[in-house]
Design a protein around this ligand. Structure first.
Ligand code: HEC
Length: 104
């Protein structure tokens, strides 16, 4: 009975986990978003050297496109490629947070 209950409690968590990095990694990514991305895009993501990363400014691009920009950078601009430390899944997760309006 105990195992069954534990299993039922875990199910919704598993469904969410499939589309998102583990909680600790999420915290690291949000820290990176504030410290590293924030140095160009602004601590509140409202822009600086880099453009704002707000839901309204990202609305016309889907999360996959934004994830490719995050991993590949924008050649010829200061936007560096992050593929060496952010996986595709992590980049898509970050892109979805940005489109929702995350406050890192
Ligand atoms: C050294 C400065 C710098 C850093 C650090 C940086 N960016 Fe950028 N980023 C830019 C610039 C400049 C652009 C605009 C490039 C262009 O002209 O298309 C940009 C563009 C983008 C775009 C596309 C936005 C749009 O509206 O086209 C996304 C998404 C993005 N950055 C996410 C990130 C994320 C996430 C990080 C951290 C992992 C990050 N950036 C770190 C400078 C930076």
């Amino acid at each position: 009975m105990r195992e069954l209950l534990a299993g039922l409690l875990l199910l919704p968590g598993l469904a969410l986990a499939a589309e998102a990095p583990p909680a600790e990694r999420q915290a690291e990514l949000l820290y990176l978003l504030r410290q590293d991305c924030g140095s160009c895009h602004g601590m509140t993501l409202r822009g600086g050297l880099g453009p704002p990363l707000l839901p309204e400014t990202l609305a016309d691009r889907d999360a996959d496109t934004l994830a490719e920009i995050i991993r590949g950078g924008v050649p010829g601009t200061p936007m560096p490629p992050w593929g060496f430390e952010i996986t595709g899944e992590e980049a898509r997760w970050l892109a979805r947070r940005l489109k929702e309006g995350v406050q890192p």
